[in-house]
Design a protein around this ligand. Structure first.
Ligand SMILES: *[C@@H]1O[C@H](CO)[C@@H](O)[C@H](O)[C@H]1NC(C)=O
Ligand SMILES: *[C@@H]1O[C@H](CO)[C@@H](O)[C@H](O)[C@H]1NC(C)=O
Length: 234
């Protein structure tokens, strides 16, 4: 909360300094506009991201086909709050890439950091949150191991994606996920997602995944996405 307040003050200060030119403070995101190329996450122009091809651009969401990818993941973090669990998990991943691994290796930051959300099947209001960092291609064959993290190797997969901006909160993540779920209802994509959740497999069993592309100190042009992964029967 305090950090958020500090950020807010800082962004307010910056908007005073920069004036209301609408260049930096603007809430409209021209590079996120839906176009023939879909909504390419702009931070991926600067840092390495998993590669995908756009399969379909629908009303309010898109379908991507991701190449194989490798992730370093925390153990499931039990919490009632996505934001709290993500802060906890993010710091574990931050130390990992800054050399707290068995090879004392420093690894470049990538995007996105993803949080897989698995709500409890029982009466508990706690969910499992697993945070993961996308491993740069040059380390994918053999990412340095470390205590309390494990490797997730993903086959190629389809992902339904809904993008949103600003800072992720418990409320907006849940709302965006519910909206994506609603948009997919009755579609072939929706059916494939439901089936993949049931059959499970690495990265499929969670209800949804929140992908965050910006570091906490990046105030503007923040890109976040809700992901729902699925496979298509061959
Ligand atoms: C998919 O990943 C492989 C292995 O990392 C790479 O050689 C290939 O170029 C990638 N394909 C695309 C379309 O990005
Ligand atoms: C949450 O994680 C724990 C520990 O890994 C696991 O035993 C439990 O089944 C998970 N629950 C859900 C709903 O995924």
């Amino acid at each position: 909360m305090e950090a958020a307040l500090r950020l807010f003050k800082l962004s307010f200060l910056l908007s005073l300094i920069l004036g209301n030119s609408g260049v930096i403070g603007s809430r409209t995101l021209p590079d996120l506009a839906s176009g023939p190329g879909g909504k390419f996450p702009s931070p991926c122009n600067r840092i390495e991201c998993p590669t995908y091809e756009l399969v379909s651009s629908e009303n309010g969401y898109e379908i991507r086909r991701y190449n194989t990818s490798v992730w370093i993941s925390t153990e499931p973090i039990k919490d009632t709050s996505l934001v709290k669990a993500s802060r906890n998990g993010f710091s574990q991943l931050f130390y990992y890439i800054h050399g707290k691994n068995d090879k004392s290796q420093t690894i470049e930051m990538t995007a996105p950091v993803i949080t897989q959300v698995s709500p409890s099947d029982g009466p508990s209001s706690e969910s499992n949150f697993t945070l993961s960092y996308y491993v740069p291609r040059k380390y994918q064959a053999d990412p340095p191991p470390a205590k309390n993290v494990h490797v997730q190797r993903w086959d190629t997969r389809y992902v339904a994606v809904k993008q949103f901006d600003g800072y992720v909160s418990d409320d907006n993540a849940a709302k965006e996920a519910a909206e994506l779920e609603e948009s997919l209802k009755g579609t072939d994509w929706g059916k494939a997602i439901a089936k993949s959740r049931e059959t499970g497999g690495v990265g499929f069993s969670s209800a949804y995944t929140v992908a965050q592309y910006n570091a906490p100190y990046e105030l503007f042009f923040r890109v976040n996405e809700i992901w729902m992964s699925f496979q298509i029967d061959k």
